[in-house]
Design a protein around this ligand. Structure first.
Ligand code: NDP
Length: 504
């Protein structure tokens, strides 16, 4: 049985945070905090109890219109259109400093709102967001074009100076999910601001707190009004209005493949640019020549980190037959030891799933696996009577065509399958509609590289998993999305290339 943490051990909330959530949270439009035009608010829920944490403004079409107007003005004629790249970089760096200064408050916000252990938010979510802003601050002064020698055949003897410039794409709508609320805001805002775009950000309804608090820091850092607008609300209304808005030049989305396709259709009206970071069903492959103990630890964290609510979770585990039982038992043993509890309990190692919907979805997959003949050697059911907890689960006796192998569960559930050396491993590993990430565990370096080349995935980790860095691009093949986040590749998503040709 997974152990539960003492329910009384919750840490005392940071005093800033307590103050922050005690008042209804508003929308940031044109540098001002305003109520939704409709006056409506919605409840933000603590996933460890189901209790209400705060009241959030429910922005919809009218608020999106106002936010787009402000972003348009700031981009077209406002101070943002005149600011130097160096000044842009300094502002982004200042935001990183402010965020770092408030690390504890943001770690607690993420834990309270999403359910993740506060220690994880302190060690990963917040520092990664700080680092991303600093990395992107550096890029603001380095977005360059080329000079291009041209030889036009129909103007013999003429000379030209031809060059390209990279210009900001314009007004950008950004719709983000709930699994890493602050970090996803940073992944989206950092490159957009470095490139000189203005933004309307819509956080997920389940986890709006960190984006709103970040908005306060954005104002404190000194970004001009209208450069960053934050509209909390629901996907179908606020998100849909943003994706379809004719004055928005680009939409960036992270979330489900299903909604990614809806966004794409909504964007078709004005053919705005679209980038999508979508779902995954990532294969994690362990060869018998791997350092087995390290691979067991790695595969455990590949699936259970963030309660499996990671688009790149190592949710399909392929283990070479001779070590299959040892590996699967090892992961099951680790799973049994994981302490479940509220994220704000310092002893908690795994918190609740983010919402009742997500809890129902994951429990539905456990049921479907059972019906199709999969066996849970550990977990396989909900945990406790309050909040949205699911036990870390290892499924075996699974087959490639089962729903639990093909579909993204987005919970702490791994499907383990043995493979033989010359099995159809590569085609099985590639046999989903997704292509986000993959893991390989082996001491044979040539095997590792040749398999990495054959896997249809945007990221391949060898003898490690879930390694992220602001400099390392991340994104998917196939239905896992379009474009890359982070690294210098992401700047392509936020810039247009202009070719200038001068006869000299
Ligand atoms: P969604 O794709 O619905 O949510 C992601 C974001 O999209 C949220 O901000 C949401 O708003 C918004 N959204 C929803 N519908 C629309 C729409 N019609 N137009 C514009 N924006 C919209 O994911 P769910 O929260 O429903 O989770 C479902 C599944 O998606 C998960 O089980 C998981 O498989 C996958 N997922 C993948 C993620 C990833 O990192 N790639 C992250 C989250 C989920 P709101 O929440 O306010 O309604």
């Amino acid at each position: 049985m997974p152990k539960t943490a003492e329910p009384t051990a919750k840490i005392k909330l940071d005093s800033n945070l307590q103050k922050f959530i005690s008042k209804p949270l508003k929308l940031l439009i044109n540098g001002k905090w305003v109520a939704a035009a409709s006056g409506k608010t919605f409840d933000d829920i603590d996933p460890s109890t189901g209790d209400v944490i705060a009241q959030i403004a429910e922005g919809d079409r009218e608020d999106i219109n106002q936010a787009v107007k402000a972003a348009r003005a700031a981009f077209d004629n406002g101070p943002w259109s005149k600011i130097t790249p160096s000044e842009r970089g300094k502002l982004i760096w200042k935001l990183a400093d402010l965020l770092e200064k408030n690390t504890e408050e943001f770690a607690q916000i993420e834990s309270l709102d999403n359910g993740k252990p506060v220690g994880v938010a302190r060690a990963a979510d917040v520092p990664l967001a700080v680092d991303l802003f600093r990395y992107m601050a550096g890029w603001a002064t380095k977005i360059e074009g080329n000079t291009i020698p041209i030889s036009v055949p129909y103007t013999p003897g003429a000379k030209y100076l031809a060059y390209t410039v990279r210009e900001p794409v314009g007004v950008v709508g950004q719709v983000i999910p709930w699994n890493f609320p602050l970090l996803m805001a940073a992944w989206k805002l950092g490159p957009a601001l470095a490139a000189g775009c203005t933004v309307i950000l819509k956080p997920a309804e389940q986890t709006p707190l960190s984006a709103v608090r970040l908005g306060e820091l954005i104002m404190e850092a000194g970004f001009p009004p209208g450069v960053v607008n934050i509209v909390t609300g629901f996907g179908e209304t606020a998100g849909g209005a943003l994706a379809g808005h004719p004055d928005v030049d680009k939409i960036a989305f992270t979330g489900s493949t299903e909604v990614g396709k809806i966004i794409l259709k909504a964007a078709a009206g004005n053919l705005k640019k679209v980038s999508l970071e979508l779902g995954g069903k990532s294969p994690n492959i362990i060869y018998k020549d791997a350092d087995v103990e390290t691979a067991i630890q790695g595969a455990t964290s590949a699936i259970f980190f963030n309660h499996g609510q990671c688009c790149c979770a190592g949710s399909r585990l392929y283990v070479e037959e001779p070590i299959f039982d040892e590996v699967v038992q090892g992961i099951a043993k680790n799973a049994e030891k994981i302490k479940l509890g509220p994220g704000l309990d310092p002893k908690t190692e795994m918190g609740p799933l983010v919402s009742h919907d997500q809890f129902t979805r994951v429990c539905g997959y456990l049921e479907s696996g059972k019906k199709e003949g999969a066996k849970a050697i550990v977990g396989g059911e909900k945990f406790g009577t309050k909040g949205y907890f699911v036990k870390p689960t290892v499924l075996k006796d699974v087959k490639q065509d089962m729903k639990v192998v093909q579909e993204e569960i987005f919970g702490p559930v791994v499907a383990a399958m043995p493979f033989k050396k010359d099995d159809a491993l590569i085609s099985q590993a590639n046999d989903t509609t997704y292509g986000l990430a993959a893991g390989i565990w082996t001491k044979d370096i040539s095997k590792a590289h040749s398999l990495a080349a054959k896997l249809r995935a945007g990221t391949v980790w060898v003898n490690c998993y879930n390694i992220f860095d602001a400099a390392l691009p991340f994104g998917g093949y196939k239905e896992s999305g379009w474009g890359r986040e982070m690294g210098h590749d992401v700047l392509e998503l936020y810039t247009e290339v202009k070719a200038v040709c001068v006869r000299i």
